[in-house]
Design a protein around this ligand. Structure first.
Ligand SMILES: [Zn+2]
Length: 295
C-alpha cells in the first residue's frame, strides 16, 4: 500500500479521516478515505500500489467495457447511454473550436464513433485490451494503450475524460500531459462523481461512486477547481449529469441492503437531481469544462 502524507492539491499535512468504506464488488476489503482540512480535497488513503490495482478491476461488472446487451437493466443502461452520448457530443460540438478530439478512457468506443460519424477527427486511449480491441475492430479508429503520447503536443482541440480522472494513478503528471496535448484555447472536459451530491450524503459509506479502491480521488467542485487552477486551467462552466444519480443509487441500495430496491433508488436518484438543480450540493456527477489560461 502507498500512504499519502501530503495533500496533492495544496501540500498540507493537515489530513484527517473522512470515512471508512470498502470494496463492495470484488474483495470486500476495507479502505479509508481522508480529507485535507486546509483545501477540502478528499482521497483514498492509503492506496494500493499501482501494480496491485488490476486485481480490483477483475470481475467488476464493467458494462461500459463489455457492451453486453442481456438483462432488462443492461438494456435500459444501453438506451440511456445512447442519449448520454448525444448529450456529450452536443457539448463538445458547442465550442468554437476545430474538430480534433482525444478521448482518454474511450472504452468500447461508442462516444468517439458518434463524433467520427459527425465529422470529427478522433483518437482514443484505453488501457483495457478487450475494450480497445473491440472498438478498433468495430469502428476502425486509432486507440492507444496509454497516455504516453510524447511524440505529440498541442494536437487536440478537445480532450475528454468521462469518469476517468478518479482512476488515474499519477494525477499531477497526467494534468501536465493534458496541458501539453491541448491546442491553444483547447478545452478539457472532465466528468467525475460529486462528493457533495445528495446521493453521496444519503448513502454515506455505501455510496457506490466511492468505488474503492479503484477511485483514488473523490472530487467536489471546489477541490477540482483548485487542483486545475494550480496548473493554470480556468473553469469555464460545469454541468450536472442527470442519469448518473439513478445508476449510482441503484448500486448503492444494493450495497446497503443486499437487494435491488428499484423504487427507493429511483426516489433518491430523483431527489439528488432536484437538489442538484436547486441547491449548492450539485449533481451526482458533474462535467467540468476547463480552459488553459496563458501560454
Ligand atoms: Zn489540501
Amino acid at each position: 500500500m502507498k500512504k499519502i502524507i501530503k495533500c496533492v492539491v495544496c501540500n498540507s499535512e493537515n489530513i484527517r479521516k473522512h470515512i471508512i468504506s470498502k470494496d463492495f464488488s470484488v474483495t470486500s476489503e476495507e479502505f479509508k478515505i481522508d480529507k485535507c482540512l486546509d483545501c477540502g480535497f478528499v482521497f483514498t488513503n492509503p492506496i494500493p500500489k499501482e501494480k496491485d490495482l488490476p486485481k480490483y478491476y477483475i470481475s467488476k461488472n464493467y458494462i461500459s467495457h463489455t457492451n453486453s446487451n442481456k438483462s432488462f437493466f443492461d438494456k435500459i443502461y444501453q438506451s440511456i447511454r445512447s442519449i448520454a452520448i448525444k448529450d456529450k457530443f452536443n457539448l463538445i460540438n458547442s465550442f468554437d473550436t476545430q474538430n480534433k478530439i482525444l478521448d482518454i478512457g474511450s472504452g468500447t468506443g461508442e462516444f468517439l464513433n458518434y463524433c467520427k460519424l459527425n465529422g470529427w477527427k478522433v483518437k482514443g486511449i484505453e488501457p483495457s485490451k478487450i475494450a480497445r480491441d473491440n472498438s478498433i475492430k468495430k469502428y476502425q479508429f486509432e486507440v492507444d494503450e496509454d497516455t504516453d503520447l510524447r511524440s505529440q503536443s498541442g494536437e487536440y482541440d478537445i480532450i475528454t475524460m468521462w469518469h476517468v480522472l478518479e482512476h488515474v494513478y499519477e494525477l499531477e503528471n497526467t494534468i501536465i500531459e493534458l496541458k501539453r496535448l491541448l491546442k491553444e484555447n483547447g478545452k478539457l472536459i472532465i466528468a467525475v462523481p460529486n462528493l457533495n451530491s445528495y446521493d453521496a450524503q444519503y448513502y454515506k459509506k455505501y455510496w457506490a461512486a466511492y468505488d474503492l479502491p479503484i477511485h483514488l480521488y473523490h472530487f467536489s467542485k471546489k477541490s477540482i477547481t483548485k487542483l486545475f487552477g494550480k496548473h493554470q486551467f480556468n473553469l469555464l462552466k460545469d454541468k450536472g449529469m442527470i442519469f448518473d444519480s439513478f445508476y449510482v443509487s441503484l448500486l448503492s441500495e444494493e450495497y446497503k441492503t443486499g437487494k435491488k430496491n428499484v423504487i427507493t433508488a429511483s426516489i433518491i436518484g430523483a431527489l439528488s437531481n432536484i437538489y442538484g438543480a436547486f441547491s449548492k450540493k450539485g449533481f451526482s456527477s458533474t462535467i467540468y469544462i476547463f480552459e488553459h489560461k496563458n501560454r
